[in-house]
Write a protein that binds this ligand. Sequence first.
Ligand SMILES: Cc1cc2nc3c(=O)[nH]c(=O)nc-3n(C[C@H](O)[C@H](O)[C@H](O)COP(=O)(O)OP(=O)(O)OC[C@H]3O[C@@H](n4cnc5c(N)ncnc54)[C@H](O)[C@@H]3O)c2cc1C
Length: 431
Amino acid sequence: MAAFLPQDNNEKSLWVDTAIAPPCCEILRDSLQTDVLVIGAGFTGLSSALHLAEQGVSVVLLEAASIGYGGSGRNAGLVNAGLWKNPEEVSKQLGVEAAGRLNQALRDSPALVFDLVRRFAMQCEAKACGTVHMAHSKAGGSYLEDRCRQLQDLGAGVELIDGARSRAVSGSAEYRYGGILDPNAGTIQPLGYVRELARAACSQGVSLFQQSALKAIKRRDDRWLATTEFGQVSADQVIIATNAYADANSLDVRESTVPVYIFQCATPPLPGHLAASIIPQREGLWDTDTLLTSSRIDADGRLVMSYPGHLPAGQRALRQAWATRKRNRLFPELRGIPWEYYWSGRVGVTTGKILRVQLLAPGLYAPAGFNGRGIGTGSVMGKHLAQTIVSGDRGDFPFPIEALYPEKWRRSRAAYYDYGTLALQFFDKRW
Ligand SMILES: Cc1cc2nc3c(=O)[nH]c(=O)nc-3n(C[C@H](O)[C@H](O)[C@H](O)COP(=O)(O)OP(=O)(O)OC[C@H]3O[C@@H](n4cnc5c(N)ncnc54)[C@H](O)[C@@H]3O)c2cc1C
């Protein structure tokens, strides 16, 4: 089988080099019957499949490329709780009751991830070492004070830290305006986690096929009949978990989010004294800057940072130069150390920045729009979708369910984000 790795042309992903090997999966060349068909082998599809199979439901999962090919194998690996959006805004948008259910489900999402890691003895560098939302300026500090109060009102176990502590946590004099520490969150090797989810799902009886893209799906004899290039699957219910990597055959799911790119760079393993002074307790960090940056250290002592933007040949030099300037300003002791890895991926953004589950037809679910926060979200989404499918009761389902909601002007908005971040990086003289 040709390899479909979760990195774009001429990119070199750290996660591809350091993840455990994936479980062996074939191409679908058969005609199968199942209770539930899942499309897409990312966190959402695999968590759905695993939780369904654990409850005795038969599941076939079809992946177009390889396990973790989408956002799940490319992300920064910060296992965060909740949404980007502040809880009070979520309440305004969804109403107090629906927002309460959603916020609570996502508040507990890191616990589910670390519990799955323990239960299935997953090898994926998982560490419940906390994450910190860092203020990059005084205004960022005031924003975080308000956000922290709102999170605490929800019962989240987060804590506001002051400037001295944010400097000590990060090992950077630039992060001197405080932050929000979530001690229950942490970091993970994302491609390792998604491959381990696949292994766990297969161990519970899920039939998983790679390079077996859904080509078409239609109703036949009160069931869904899905076809791939060489096979077909008949199922009672279907979860289309293709999210921001939905292709043209994913029943218009692609139209439901605006694709926005993020790129990452990683250094070689840092020499001992630098590895000890930068993020010494290994929390995952991200900041309040418009050009949001995250920083973490991997299991081998590499600094891994993420930034807004894409890495096509024409943009790469400019984006990387800015990334290096920002890194060197945050951690001046790294001047002269090259990047060893760089890769990118896309996230699915929605108007209002809240995820949704689209009910495309009875028994056809399509969760999408995680807006860049999907490790905990996809894991929890899968668990709740499984419960809802097994019980047949959507009463307690914590996520908004809607008909397909195509985003307007998605290509223009994607271009606006892409060229907007490029221009900001070009003109940004702060770093
Ligand atoms: C660079 C980057 C950094 C990020 N950082 C973080 C972070 O630190 N923390 C965090 O929580 N989240 C982060 N995210 C977001 C997170 O990675 C995503 O929200 C999450 O991976 C979405 O998972 P998913 O399973 O829903 O979709 P995906 O992982 O995208 O999986 C969808 C799968 O569907 C498959 N597919 C598409 N079409 C078909 C078809 N027709 N037939 C069969 N299969 C198909 C694709 O090949 C893909 O494998 C980041 C994302 C990126 C890109």
